[in-house]
Ligand binder design. Sequence first.
Ligand code: NAG
Ligand code: NAG
Ligand code: NAG
Ligand code: NAG
Ligand code: NAG
Ligand code: NAG
Ligand code: NAG
Ligand code: NAG
Ligand code: NAG
Length: 510
Amino acid sequence: MCKSRFLLATSALYVAVGNCSSQPLTIPLPPKNSEAIPNDLQSFSLEFAFFPDYAGNKSSPNQFSRNLMENFKNITGVYPKVRVGGTSQDNSIYYPDQNDSIELVFTNPTDDQPSQINYGPGFFESYQALGDMQYIHGLNMKQNSSIQQLTNAAVEACRSMGTNLDSFELGNEINMEAPEYRPANYTLQSYSNEWNYKTAAIKTAYEKACPGAFPGFMAPSFVFSDIVKNNWTAEELFQLGYDSKNLTKDLSFHNYMGAFVPPLAPVSYDLQHVLMNHTNIVQNLAAQIQRAKNLAYLGHPFTLGELNSIANQGRNGETNVFGDALWLVDFSLWCAAHNIKRLHFHQGLNYRYASWQPIASEGNPPKTRPPYYGQIMVASAIGDAKDARIVNIPLAEDTEAAYGIYQGEGLSKLVVLNLQAYNQTASRSRPSREYEFKVPNHVKKAKIERLSAPGSDSVESVTFGGVSFDYDLLEGRPVVVEEKEDVATIGRGVLRISVADSSAVLLTLS
Ligand SMILES: *[C@@H]1O[C@H](CO)[C@@H](O)[C@H](O)[C@H]1NC(C)=O
Ligand SMILES: *[C@@H]1O[C@H](CO)[C@@H](O)[C@H](O)[C@H]1NC(C)=O
Ligand SMILES: *[C@@H]1O[C@H](CO)[C@@H](O)[C@H](O)[C@H]1NC(C)=O
Ligand SMILES: *[C@@H]1O[C@H](CO)[C@@H](O)[C@H](O)[C@H]1NC(C)=O
Ligand SMILES: *[C@@H]1O[C@H](CO)[C@@H](O)[C@H](O)[C@H]1NC(C)=O
Ligand SMILES: *[C@@H]1O[C@H](CO)[C@@H](O)[C@H](O)[C@H]1NC(C)=O
Ligand SMILES: *[C@@H]1O[C@H](CO)[C@@H](O)[C@H](O)[C@H]1NC(C)=O
Ligand SMILES: *[C@@H]1O[C@H](CO)[C@@H](O)[C@H](O)[C@H]1NC(C)=O
Ligand SMILES: *[C@@H]1O[C@H](CO)[C@@H](O)[C@H](O)[C@H]1NC(C)=O
């Protein structure tokens, strides 16, 4: 970063008022062992209890959600993958003769999640409502009274979902939850035995009822955080004979940057310190990246099967604002640069970190929220290339990050993030940072698409490349609302770009 300051002249044009004396940055080659980024890197996890609210059903599909999902397909060539699960998956029971698709029982009316979920065959209609997508259906591991109850749900899933069933998941965050519903002597070995026994029963029932090969599981769906009291590790789990039949399709672990539990620092402090902080993102992901290396010998893709910014459904002022979208971009690209294959961003009705509110509820109208725009920017950075690889470009400050995206051997795109908080109500003019990158000599121009909003605390007026996906405009379809900037200046193999505080830019080279 050059320390020169820039003044915002118009929303699209930045004028230099300082001198930039530092050397242009060199963009490293992707590491030798880096693999192509899957086009469905941006994927979703939908809370089991709220899946019908997101998807709708056959007679009444949720067109807004359909549009938001289809936008990804139109950018990357493939739909995101959707895991239907979460805490409520382990409180859900399938009743083959229940007439209602879903019945939710709330212990307290103001709880974020129901304590009991009963679902019937109608629930599976929601899998036909969202688009021709691949789903991971979550099964309840907590209930231990009936194997039949478990296999009935799995068989109904394969019968009604057909080729849209990607795989199953048995149990959510068992490493944290088991002490709450298993005896005190329940060990990692007990879990391994129980999972092996139950997944074998599911496979047998599936093969009796449904054609085709058994699709496998996303597993073990552990979460690691300070509030998890036991010391179970995934490395040890697989040493104990877990999944001896190799039924795992994708390795899955859950990830959050923190939790919405007291004691809490002021939101604006946490937004900058926890989320809009590249150093903190790198530290947060270090253990997952190490875990991926430790488990690579298993031969399964390593995914984050449930993640979002702040656990316990997020925190208003921190996770529902534009700064969270900037976090999401940096977080996703750092994962992609370290061979993490898919990111299932968790969603639920009225959740404070949700990418969108699918239906009106509790006074919250249907709405595209800021994190969605971060996801669209990441999808656009990957695009539909089958051979995109990514490399981080080291920068000096906590509040900045940059990435180079290669297609094959050639540099094709750049992403630059300025994570310095800027309040929309600030009276001072918005500062910018200027960056210079050395690019190959044949690069003549770069298309500019900015992720921007009035401030890091904005909940509205977010755009990417001048495009809005607002519900109120075209129900989540893209609408150009700002004139797009055309190209960045490139001279003598140096690309110059200025990036306003609390914004990011995608540069596509040509
Ligand atoms: C489908 O959704 C509509 C709207 O929410 C609802 O009225 C209807 O009962 C649902 N149909 C089934 C079969 O659940
Ligand atoms: C996706 O692209 C198709 C083909 O161009 C178009 O018909 C459709 O409306 C697009 N979807 C959305 C949500 O804009
Ligand atoms: C389900 O609907 C059928 C047909 O309307 C009815 O005969 C049956 O009693 C209902 N079952 C329950 C459990 O309500
Ligand atoms: C759960 O059920 C399985 C199968 O019936 C049994 O082997 C296992 O011991 C049970 N686990 C607990 C903790 O009750
Ligand atoms: C664990 O405790 C239960 C009683 O809570 C007992 O039935 C079971 O035998 C114990 N298992 C082991 C392996 O000690
Ligand atoms: C985990 O904790 C248990 C008891 O709390 C202990 O027996 C075991 O050795 C520990 N394992 C590791 C890997 O630290
Ligand atoms: C960023 O995070 C690191 C690690 O948690 C911390 O040491 C640093 O103070 C944070 N920076 C800002 C600007 O909050
Ligand atoms: C298990 O299956 C994966 C594919 O999901 C494969 O890469 C791996 O080699 C298999 N492991 C064994 C021990 O067969
Ligand atoms: C933004 O506003 C909050 C609350 O008014 C304040 O605490 C914070 O310091 C401001 N941040 C910036 C970057 O101006």
